[in-house]
Design a protein around this ligand. Structure first.
Ligand SMILES: [Zn+2]
Length: 389
């Protein structure tokens, strides 16, 4: 039997090798999760004669972009090399010079980028700068993975507001808690693998949003316990319209500018007591139904350069986030059991005229649980338009 020929791309490098190098660039980029925001998460691998000569990923505090870090390691070996980058190299002067110029000056012969820049104002300029310097440029592979890694950045660069993800852990009958739960005891719906994944999700987000009901019921910490480094603490946000948060709550322990209480209350004594514990108390106007306006909150968070918000809340906030159409992405952790009638449903509140559906989703087994993850809105499609597929 004849073996099929290895597919080759124009440069003569086998497609399987291209995939391998880009996978490595993505793995490097993921090292920057928690360290790159408010910049994009980017990884770069420089390859010459089928050998890695440089690698880099972006960390905001280190200033240098992934390409510059990788070029520094490669030194003279970057002459005639191929650079695999998870995002289009930049063409602008920000805190650093443009990476497209750095690649040109280092003598790189070819640049493979997993995706174009999601900023409609600069998209394609990095590629144009490289091509005009005689560098061969190609797009892909692993475009979908590279885009998902920077979905929050793509959203923020276009709308100046964070990407909102809703996380729900539920049973087969859609319950998030048993009928009766002793105060302050949290009931684990899902297994250890799912709970570890939730910590990874917290690590990948700039902020976590919950409601006062969840804090009163579970007394959670809501911290990032992934053990991975992050540039800024996870910003915890509690919607507490009447300022009911007890001063002995665990969430008020060791606050370091990482707790925002959002309220409509005018109670100055309560406000001062919370401020004294280190919390920021933010007063927002009510929306029509009398709850706190999530859109106003997202506007505020955008102004704080918060790129991503993870909602981990109870039935009412889950429902109002979906009903007011602020959710961009859903993570549903489903456990293989029932809780039965009378348990707490994943959604509660005034029936909504319309609830969103997922555009597309993926599913994954996490030990005994199933994770269903997908977009309600894909920020890349809005950013790059349909012409890019
Ligand atoms: Zn750059």
């Amino acid at each position: 039997m004849r073996m099929p020929e290895t597919p080759q791309i124009a440069s003569g490098i086998p497609a399987a090798d291209e995939l391998k190098w880009m996978e490595l660039a993505l793995t490097l980029a993921r090292e920057g999760v928690g360290l790159a925001s408010p910049n994009p998460t980017v990884g770069c691998v420089i390859v010459r004669d089928n050998k890695i000569v440089g690698r880099g990923f972006h960390q905001y505090a280190q200033r240098d972009h992934a390409e510059v870090v990788a070029l520094a390691e490669a030194g003279d070996a970057s002459r005639g090399a191929t650079a695999y980058v998870t995002l289009e190299p930049c063409s602008h002067y920000g805190r650093t010079g443009p990476c497209a110029r750095a690649l040109t000056e280092a003598g790189v012969a070819r640049v493979v980028a997993a995706t174009a820049d999601p900023n409609p104002l600069v998209e394609g300029r990095g590629f144009a700068m490289l091509r005009s310097a005689g560098i061969e440029v190609s797009l892909g592979p692993l475009t979908a993975q590279a885009r998902e890694l920077n979905d929050a950045f793509a959203h923020f660069i276009r709308y100046r507001k964070p990407l909102v993800s809703l996380k729900i852990a539920a049973t087969l009958d859609g319950a998030i808690a048993p009928p009766q739960q002793p105060k302050g005891t949290s009931f684990a719906i899902t297994g250890a693998a799912s709970r570890a994944r939730v910590q990874e999700l917290r690590h990948a987000h700039d902020a976590l949003l919950t409601g006062i009901g969840t804090v009163l019921a579970d007394d959670p910490l809501l911290t990032d316990r992934s053990q991975r480094p992050r540039r800024q603490r996870l910003l915890r946000i509690v919607l507490d319209s009447q300022l009911r948060l007890p001063l002995e709550s665990r969430i008020l322990e060791n606050v370091a500018d990482d707790l925002v209480i959002v309220t409509r209350s005018e109670d100055d004594a309560r406000r001062q007591a919370l401020t004294a514990r280190g919390a920021r108390v933010l007063k927002l106007d009510a929306q029509a139904e009398g709850g706190i306006s999530l859109r106003a909150l997202l506007q505020y968070l955008g102004e704080q350069e918060i790129l991503s918000v993870l909602i981990e809340a109870g039935a009412r906030l889950n429902h109002s986030a979906l009903a007011t159409d602020v959710v961009d992405k859903l993570y549903l952790f489903q456990s293989p059991r029932f809780l039965g009638p009378g348990s707490v449903p994943m959604l509660a509140g005034t029936p909504a005229a319309r609830l969103p559906r997922l555009l597309r989703y993926s599913s994954e087994l996490l030990d005994e649980d199933m994770l269903i993850a997908g977009y309600v809105r894909d920020p890349w499609e809005a950013a790059l338009g349909l012409a890019h597929g």
